[in-house]
Every structure is written in C-alpha cells, then in structure tokens.
Write a protein that binds this ligand. Structure first.
Ligand code: DC
Length: 222
C-alpha cells in the first residue's frame, strides 16, 4: 500500500477537482488532474482533424501529442506540445470529445503511463475515472465521490450562471451529465466504477468543507 497516494474517482460534476485541490493544499502534495490530460489529447485530435470514430487513425496520431502538467506561479497548467491549453480544454465540446476518445486503448495506455510516472516522483492526490482501479491500484486511500445527477446538474448550472452565462438550461445540462455517465461507465477499457476497496462518499447533501474534512479524516485513520 502506498501511503503517499490518494485516488479520487467519480462521475462528472461530483466535485472531484475542487476537493482534490483543497486536500493537496492541506497536505502539501501535488494534485494531478487526469481529466485535463484526456481533454488535452482530445483537443489534439480535434485540431489535427483525426477521425475519432476510426481507431486506426487514433492509434496513428496519438504519439504526435506531448501532454504535460506543470505548476506555474502555484497554478496547475496543462501543456499540449508546449502550448498552455488550460483554458481551451475546459470547453464543454472538448469534455465530450475527451469522454469519447478516452475509450481507445492507445490513448489510455499513453496517459496511464504518464500518470504513474508523476505518482512515482512525489506524493500525489490524483482524480479521474480509473485511478483507484487501474492507474494507482495500491493507493493508500481511494475515494469514490458521487452525487445525484440532479445535484451535479444544479452545481454546473450555478457555476455557469455565476460566470454570466444567461441561457444556461438546467434540464439540458442534466441530460448531458447522464449521457457522459453512461459513456464513461460503459466503455470497454477501464470504465468508471468504484474500486472494491474505495470508500464511497455521496456529496449530494454535503458542503465542500465537510467533504474535505471527511477525506482528511479517512486519510488520517489509515
Ligand atoms: O474529469 P473530466 O470531465 O475533465 O474528464 C473528461 C473525460 O475524460 C471524462 O468524461 C472521461 C475521461 N477520463 C477518463 O477516461 N479517465 C480519467 N482518469 C479521467 C478522465
């Protein structure tokens, strides 16, 4: 068991990255956002014009993308072939494409390897879909973070409203989240599922601070 690794998995919008960032800050560890890496790969295929329905095309193009995580002035940035793509990968279209292209074995094995290298170099808290099941199977603490679809949709909606988006549509967001869950949970390779030894934390009725306190307490108990 590796005490210096915490794995956080769960569906889109459960609050993984918010929680993981806060815990990393408290413990003085590095936070690794693996979803950002899948997004950067998807952006690469999108820009290159790769036919994302054609696995042979994916396999051919995958090695043209160098994905890197770095910390600049205390903030994590994602680089694609040297370019900081941290903002553009947050577009919803890229998130959806990432969910699609993450089904391919060549994409998964490339990023899994990068993620394991990062975890060997320093204590990490890593979030994603397959961290506890595949990437860091020996992590000292595994959390499966969930929340109801309705709560996750409402959080996303509130975020958009906060950003000034005027035509945010709650029921459309809820449908998108359900579709993303379906895709991430039903792909063949490393689908999203709770690892047998993960602790499930349902955040539907919890505040962010309560979730952070719970995870830290679980870590200290180990
Ligand atoms: O967490 P996110 O929304 O940024 O992730 C985008 C997509 O990337 C997600 O829908 C599925 C994929 N992903 C994955 O397959 N495995 C991971 N460890 C992280 C993300």
């Amino acid at each position: 068991m590796k005490k210096n690794q915490i794995a956080i998995d769960g569906p889109a919008g459960a609050g993984k990255s918010t929680i993981a960032k806060m815990i990393a800050a408290q413990l003085g560890w590095i936070y690794v956002d693996t979803g950002a890496m899948y997004r950067a790969m998807a952006l690469y295929f999108d820009r290159k014009g790769t036919d994302v329905n054609d696995e042979a095309a994916i396999d051919r193009d995958v090695d043209g993308a160098a994905v890197e995580l770095a910390v600049v002035d205390g903030t994590q940035v994602v680089r694609l072939n040297g370019e900081d793509v941290s903002t553009v990968i947050r577009e919803q279209r890229i998130g959806e494409l990432a969910s699609w292209t993450s089904r391919y074995g060549s994409v998964r094995s490339k990023l899994t390897e990068l993620q394991r290298v990062l975890a060997e170099q320093q204590p990490v808290i890593m979030d994603g879909r397959d961290i506890g099941t595949t990437v860091l199977p020996d992590a000292g603490l595994k959390i499966y973070l969930t929340a109801s679809t309705a709560v996750r949709a409402k959080r996303r909606y509130d975020e958009l409203v906060e950003k000034g988006v005027r035509d945010a549509d709650l029921s459309a967001i809820e449908k998108e989240i359900a579709a993303r869950d379906e895709q991430d949970m039903n792909r063949e390779i490393s689908p999203l599922r709770k690892a047998d030894d993960a602790v499930e934390v349902d955040t539907s009725d919890m505040t962010i601070d309560e979730v952070v306190a719970r995870v830290i307490a679980l870590y200290q108990e180990r």
